[in-house]
Design a protein around this ligand. Structure first.
Ligand SMILES: [Zn+2]
Ligand SMILES: [Zn+2]
Length: 271
């Protein structure tokens, strides 16, 4: 199978990242409805009925609103921590619990021949995780909804070739914006979301471990702009002597459409 990954949707109105490895078809989160999910996959030549696994990062609705319907329609197994499952149960609705596979942070599991490592992330949910998905063409990491880039997250993503990394907000835009104080504090807090500057520091750290492609993800509609996120992170990486297009690839995952796939990048690295 050809190996590629892309963001199907990204942001507080719905998240899903699709990863096709040599042996497995995996969706991390499904915060869009069943029809949108199937159409998004079809737009990249994939059939939703062929998806091997749904991985759930945490129970917030922008990550799990479509999980129940996709499970019911297509009988796809769900991989989730017990606490996330219990907290998402109402949103998932009536599902076949035989399809639920309970996972634990730090304990790798396999989907077909693909090894997946869930790891704890600091976020205000019951037991949130990010994922590292192994691939011969280079591992792929997904870490959004991060209050801060903890050492555990950094260690878990080290050496990933592609990382879907949160760049949620620009601190000035958040501070001067119209959100109520409690919400500003929640977003900027250590268990909220990652700012563009924190994403830049995280990307710099990852760059030195071998990461070559960054997908800035979960951008706020009100407190960020794709161009600003890209500029902030690229400028930070320039301080490490790394230039976009020469030393690494970077894009910002769109809110309402599919991103470009990291495909050529990985294939190039294989030859
Ligand atoms: Zn979210
Ligand atoms: Zn969240």
């Amino acid at each position: 199978m050809s190996v590629f990954s892309l963001s199907l949707r990204s942001g507080s109105s719905g998240n899903s990242t699709y990863i096709r490895t040599e042996s497995a078809r995996i969706a991390v989160d499904c915060g869009l409805n069943g029809k949108q999910f199937a159409l998004a996959l079809r737009s990249v030549g994939e059939d939703v009925a062929d998806v091997d696994a749904l991985l759930l990062t945490h129970e917030h609705i922008d990550h799990c609103s479509g999980i129940g319907v996709v499970m019911r329609r297509h009988g796809i197994p769900l991989y989730t921590t017990m606490s996330t499952f219990e907290n998402a149960r109402k949103i998932l609705g009536n599902i076949d619990e035989a399809l639920v596979r309970i996972i634990e942070p730090g304990k790798a599991f396999t989907i077909r021949d693909t090894v997946v490592l869930p790891f704890s992330i600091p976020h205000d949910a019951s037991d949130p995780v990010g994922f590292r998905i192994s691939s011969i063409g280079g591992d792929i990491g997904v870490a959004t909804d991060l209050g801060h880039f903890s050492s555990e997250v950094g260690d878990s993503l080290a050496g990933c070739r592609v990382v879907y990394l949160e760049a949620n907000f620009d601190p000035e835009m958040l501070e001067s914006g119209s959100y109520p104080r409690f919400l500003k504090n929640r977003i900027a807090g250590s268990h909220g979301h990652l700012s563009n500057f924190d994403a830049g520091d995280a990307a710099a750290q990852l760059l030195h471990t071998g990461t070559e492609a960054f997908a800035l993800s979960h951008l706020s509609r009100d407190n960020n702009r794709p161009g600003l996120a890209l500029k902030t992170v690229s400028e930070r990486l320039l301080r490490e002597g790394a230039r976009a297009g020469r030393d690494y690839v970077i894009n910002a995952s769109p809110r309402y459409e599919c991103s470009r796939a990291f495909r050529r990048h990985i294939i190039l690295e294989n030859v």
